[in-house]
Design a protein around this ligand. Structure first.
Ligand SMILES: *Cc1c(COP(=O)(O)O)cnc(C)c1O
Length: 835
């Protein structure tokens, strides 16, 4: 906390506070860059690193963000408006510089100003490290949502954790994934603002003490705790050219300055101080598991740390303005829980309202269940968090008591609705009985929330039919769908400048705020001159991608080939395995001379495996081994290339999506909640090959069946097939798959690595393979043939490409956020105080 006292003798006047607005032209920007480079960073002409000019530019932009940030805050305070807090353990922000330039509208000015001093903007920008504070889709969704909220001028604040180490860096050595820690803040981050004055104290451990308060009311308090400080760091979130800057507040854990006196007196002063370090471990590292839970104590600590600090932060502001009157609290505040990760917020809000702000259970519960809203992100049971009761007892004893009380009252409600149905009570209980009792976090989130949403139409439907059916029977009004979206600012305007210019020239630039305007492109699909230019832009983007591939993995991608891309986390349900089986099939065809009417193809696969996920790591190894065998065989020259791109992340996707022809979205139907990679590809004019899963279904509805390559079992068929799935019979009936399995089983791809792919082979042949890879192989190959044939007719393909972009308006996160606001948050847009 700040060592300074409040001002008492000083009386700052307007001369101190009032500043002229900063210039937004090339000259003013150049002047500031020079100033920060020379005076703040102390650099001169001997400085050769691109980092210092980058940082000088970043601070120059931060000044301009800061001007607008304060005015946004002031507007929110003046309006005394309702606010939403987006609670998420992950925010996968990527790079910030170019986004700030785009949204502030000073990209060209900055480029010119730097150019006049002999600097190349692109070079500075490409040195920025990604802020990788997330695993994949869920974290990137949070980042897209913040961009949309700021652009729509909605008073929404993000709350997350400031991990010292983000998502690990992936290296590939001998085809295997290696993980390297990502100390992304080693050089500091110019984009954050530390706010020590808003530090909060977070409790862990200890016990509950009962007492009577001043009015004689029985009350409880949490005592003898080991506390950790939560220090906020604010990151500005600029809206698109509207001078509105929202806030992402990230908490860092810090030790309190208290000493263990016992140890101190025992003469172990250094040990006592060193002990304090442990507190700071809470925000040391992001858990690298996507769609599965680690079950580790530190992870539960992270979750509670985020929930408690964020709610205390909101409460501090509330009490400052309204005192202890909470009657309007629910009308003015909403917490949106990004998956079950912050679900403990339900119990923590109850605890703070009762133990710290003296409310009784009834009013506290009424407030909680009117302010909490929960977004579910998965249908995979292994991703649904459960925490051992034993862990709660040690770490959060008071919070556990509250969970028990919520559960008792909830089960009474179930019992009165379905008298005597004890089986139902057992199913719905927040506590799972068994040899180790566990808290079901998703159920806590549902019981405590007024809204529960899935993230694509199919996902939301399957939730109420399956996983959450009992809860839907009880509270059908709580359940709704909000199909995901992505921000077209980053995923079109920023990452595809060639297409952006062409769109602006053709239909104006209104699409950057209103993506539905892309519909105006549709008629141009029939214009041969337009198609010619569209192709030229795609070709240029493919060159850029090919260059990246060559630089990273030394594989040549000829630009006239079809670029066939699957990038996403490596997971069995996403079926990278199906993709590589098809590659082996193409290789077999080449080897047997079956290459009439061949479409040259470059297959690109990328993604990280959770470090403890054995099968995912095996799949990476297989892809790399197949790539090596294919690429070094002279028969494949001009026909097939395969590459595994290491360290897939946001800044890589910004190069990949614009250069892709065919987007692979091939998960087992009923397993991918939504997907958002699929939307980024569509926006950039890639055609999808995909199953009827997640948002693919809605993509196909928007673009039309004739512009989408559909294959595979439906979600219902997958479920029907379970119990009598017989992959060996499937393989026996399909000679192409038979050939693929023969080659795989012959050890062709692992000649000096005997047996390493046995586990993969076993799952493909197993009747218990939950992902049913073999079942979809034939349909997949047929769809790939249709795609290859379509690609040979370049005019036809270009038409499909244009129509994909033209019909992608629905997948803007502006649409998604508009729906969250209309149905759940009910916020008024608040424009910032003008400059
Ligand atoms: C969009 C995105 C994802 C999500 O991809 P899916 O295909 O929807 O799983 C994951 N990681 C990064 C870096 C992304 O940009």
């Amino acid at each position: 906390m700040s060592p300074f006292k409040d001002l008492s003798r000083s009386q700052p006047n307007d001369a101190f506070y009032d500043l002229p607005p900063l210039g937004m032209d090339a000259t003013a920007i150049a002047a500031d860059v020079r100033h920060y480079f020379a005076h703040t960073m102390g650099q001169d002409r001997n400085s050769r690193s691109a980092y210092y000019p980058y940082e000088a530019l970043a601070i120059t932009l931060r000044d301009r963000l800061m001007e607008r940030w304060k005015r946004t805050r002031q507007a929110h305070n003046d309006a005394d408006c309702k606010r939403t807090y987006y609670l998420s353990l992950e925010f996968l922000m990527g790079r910030t510089l170019c986004n700030a330039l785009l949204n502030l509208g000073v990209h060209d000015a900055a480029e010119q100003g730097l150019y006049d001093m002999g600097l190349v903007l692109e070079e500075l920008a490409s040195g920025e490290r990604d802020a990788g504070l997330g695993n994949g889709g869920l974290g990137r969704l949070a980042a897209c949502f913040l961009d949309s909220c700021a652009t729509l001028e909605l008073p929404v604040k993000g709350y997350g954790l400031r991990y010292e180490y983000g998502m690990f860096r992936q290296l590939i050595e001998d085809g295997h994934q290696l993980e390297e820690p990502d100390h992304w803040m080693r050089d500091g981050s110019p984009w954050e603002l530390e706010r020590p004055e808003y530090t909060q104290r977070i409790q862990f451990g200890g016990r509950t003490e009962r007492y009577k308060d001043a009015t004689g009311r029985p009350a409880a308090r949490w005592v003898d705790t080991r506390d950790v400080l939560a220090v906020p760091y604010d990151v500005p979130i600029p809206g698109y050219r509207n001078d509105n800057i929202n806030t992402l507040r990230l908490w860092k854990a810090a030790a309190t300055d208290e000493f263990d006196l016992g140890e101190f007196n025992a003469g172990s002063y250094p040990e006592s101080v060193a002990q304090k370090n442990a507190a700071e471990h809470i925000t040391m590292v992001l858990y690298p598991n996507d769609a599965s839970e680690s079950g580790k104590e530190l992870r539960l600590r992270q979750q509670f740390f985020l929930a408690s600090a964020s709610i205390k932060d909101v409460m501090r502001e509330w009490v400052r303005l309204k005192g202890k009157n909470f009657s309007e609290f629910a009308a003015k505040n909403c917490f949106q829980l990004n998956d079950t990760h912050p679900a403990i917020s339900v119990a923590e809000l109850m605890r703070q309202l009762m133990d710290e702000h003296d409310l009784d259970w009834g009013p506290a519960w009424a407030i909680t269940t009117k302010t909490m809203a929960y977004t579910n992100h998965t249908l995979l049971p292994e991703a649904l968090e459960r925490w051992p009761v034993r862990l709660f007892e040690q770490l959060l004893p008071r919070v556990l008591e509250i969970i028990y009380e919520i559960n008792a009252r909830f089960l009474a409600e179930v019992a009165s609705r379905w008298p005597g149905d004890s089986e139902r009570q057992r199913r719905m209980s927040l506590i799972e009985e068994g040899h180790e009792r566990q808290v079901r976090m998703a159920y806590l989130a549902i019981v405590g929330s007024f809204s529960v949403n899935g993230v694509a139409a199919l996902h939301s439907k399957l939730l109420v039919e399956g996983l959450f059916k009992d809860f839907y029977d009880l509270w059908p009004h709580k359940f709704n769908n909000k199909t995901n979206g992505v921000t077209q600012r980053r995923w079109l305007a920023l990452c595809n400048p060639g297409l952006r210019e062409f769109l602006d020239e053709t239909i104006g630039d209104g699409w950057v705020r209103d993506l539905d305007q892309l519909e105006r492109l549709a008629p141009y699909a029939n214009d041969a001159v337009f198609r010619q230019r569209w192709r030229a832009i795609k070709q240029e983007n493919k060159r850029r991608l090919a260059q990246t591939v060559k630089q990273l993995v030394h594989v040549e991608f000829p630009e006239e080939a079809m670029f066939d891309v699957q990038v996403k986390r490596i997971h069995e349900y996403k079926r990278q395995l199906l993709n590589i089986l098809h590659v082996i099939h193409l290789y077999n065809r080449i080897k047997r001379g079956d290459t009439r009417d061949w479409t040259p193809r470059c297959v690109l696969i990328g993604g990280k495996a959770a470090p403890g996920y054995y099968m995912a790591k095996q799949i990476i190894k297989l892809i790399n081994n197949v790539a090596r065998a294919v690429n070094r065989d002279p028969d494949t020259e001009g026909r097939l290339r395969v590459a595994f791109l290491p360290d897939y992340r946001v800044s890589l996707m910004e190069v990949i999506a614009p250069g892709t022809d065919l987007s692979e979205q091939i998960s087992t139907a009923g397993k991918e909640a939504s997907g958002t990679g699929n939307m980024k590809f569509m926006m950039n004019g890639a055609v999808t090959i995909g199953t009827l899963d997640g948002a693919n279904i809605e993509i196909r509805e928007q673009v039309g069946d004739e512009n989408f390559f559909l294959f595979g079992l439906t979600a219902a068929e997958v479920e029907q097939r379970r119990g009598h799935y017989d992959p060996n019979a499937v393989i026996a009936r399909d000679s192409a798959l038979q050939d693929v399995m023969n080659l795989l089983e012959s050890g062709h791809f692992n000649q000096f690595e005997g047996g390493i792919f046995d586990a993969i082979i076993h799952t493909i042949r197993s009747p218990h393979d939950p992902w049913m890879t073999a079942a979809d192989f034939q349909g997949y190959c047929e769809a790939q043939e249709r795609a290859a044939a379509a690609y040979r007719d370049q005019e036809h393909w270009t038409r499909m490409s244009i129509l994909n972009t033209a019909h992608s308006g629905f997948f803007s996160s502006d649409r998604t956020i508009g729906e969250y606001n209309r149905d759940i948050w009910h916020l008024d847009a608040v424009p910032p105080v003008p400059l």
